[in-house]
Design a binder for this molecule. Structure first.
Ligand code: PLP
Length: 364
């Protein structure tokens, strides 16, 4: 019998983000590809992880205290009433939480709306679950939501809409008016909203993150996914969660248990400490990223890149390359050496950073 890979796996291609990361590692280059911070995680949570390992908390575990702390936070930040015993599932990062959520709600042929541009894993998870991703473009330069277009994208097969705010890659934070329009459409079409709120604590200027679930009629149809990764600079710890109505959370939990059993035990323990962090921690996180946002926007503008939308949150800058650079975005990243002009410009960025900070740092 000929042994073949599954049809779905043959449609998957390597992630450009991972590819660029590997290349950066191999060449010793600055890695601007992956969304991870280049600075140390807070000492208080690292100490909690070390102490958990030293206490031999090494076995499969489901640390209920995380759910208690998350429920308290969601009440105080978004006014949501969450039952920590039934509504929350701790997973291996937002990535697994999102995948398990898709497996829990998607039947073959169900359509899922994704606002475009979007973080790359959504489409793959939807397809793996048998769903059909349907892209709804946001309008540049400000990545405005065209409500009419959004409404026209719903069909009788639409099962869910994915909302990521603060947004990767544009840095957009969706406004209350936009959230109301999304909520209205989801309620009218009776479909789920799956939110990705990993950048919840990274917003700039006067912008505030509003959870879609907090809008009228939305808690019962929203599945929140998020994680410790970005808020505590611990993307490698793999602690995230889904939060949903009890029956949906139960389905997600059953899938999570079959795929990974549980998130890493010592890091779940450290999550207890992280989630108890003082308000000052979250404030300084914001301020640091805002300062870096201002800095990189100025640097890129001085190199001739037109930043037509100043990021309002997350830690990305999304910009068009000047036509005179003559290369695609991917080519600028991987082969500046082939174009002396581009190489020179990229090196200018590096030198500006080195001069300003005494070392090379990434965009975050
Ligand atoms: C929008 C968005 N969601 C999720 C993730 C991944 O989160 P986690 O580390 O919790 O899996 C990323 C990572 O870059 C991201 O940018």
């Amino acid at each position: 019998m000929e042994k073949r890979l599954s049809k779905i796996s043959q449609t998957l291609t390597p992630s450009p983000i991972q590819e660029l990361s590997h290349l950066a590692q191999r060449c010793g280059a600055i890695n601007l590809a992956e969304g991870f911070p280049d600075f140390a995680a807070p000492a208080h949570i690292k100490n909690a992880a070390v102490s958990a390992i030293n206490s031999d908390l090494n076995q499969y575990s489901h640390v209920q205290g995380i759910c208690d702390l998350l429920a308290t936070r969601m009440k105080s930040s978004h006014g949501l009433d969450i039952d920590p015993d039934t509504n929350i599932v701790i997973c291996c990062g937002q990535t697994e939480a999102f995948a398990a959520t898709m497996f829990a709600i998607i039947d073959r042929g169900d359509e899922v709306l994704i606002l475009d541009p979007a973080f790359e894993t959504y489409e793959t998870c939807i397809r793996l679950a048998g769903g059909v991703p349907v892209y709804v473009p946001l309008d540049p330069p400000h990545w405005a939501l065209n409500v009419d277009r959004l409404r026209k994208s719903f069909t009788s097969r639409t099962k869910a809409l994915v909302l990521n705010s603060p947004h990767n890659p544009t840095g957009k934070v969706f406004s209350m008016e936009e959230l109301e329009a999304i909520a209205g459409a989801c309620c009218e079409m009776d479909c789920f909203a799956v939110t990705d709120e990993v950048y919840e604590y990274i917003t700039f200027d006067a912008k505030k993150h509003i959870s879609l679930a907090s809008l009228p009629g939305m808690q019962e149809r929203t599945i929140i996914t998020s994680s410790l990764s970005k808020t505590f600079s611990v993307t490698g710890w793999r602690i995230g969660w889904s939060c949903a109505l009890a029956n949906i959370a139960s389905a997600i939990r059953n899938i999570h248990v079959k795929i990974t059993d549980s998130a890493p035990a010592p890091f779940q323990e450290a999550a207890l400490t992280a989630l108890k962090s003082a308000p000052a921690y979250f404030e300084s996180l914001k301020q640091d990223y805002e300062r870096k946002r201002d800095y990189i926007v100025d640097v890129l503008a001085s190199l001739g890149l037109q930043i037509r939308f100043k990021p309002q949150g997350s830690f990305f800058v999304f910009t068009e390359l000047p036509e005179t650079w003559l290369l695609s975005d991917m080519m600028v990243c991987v082969s500046p050496g082939r174009q002396k002009q581009n190489a020179k410009k990229l090196l200018e960025v590096v030198h500006l950073y080195e001069e300003a900070q005494g070392r090379v740092v990434s965009i975050e």
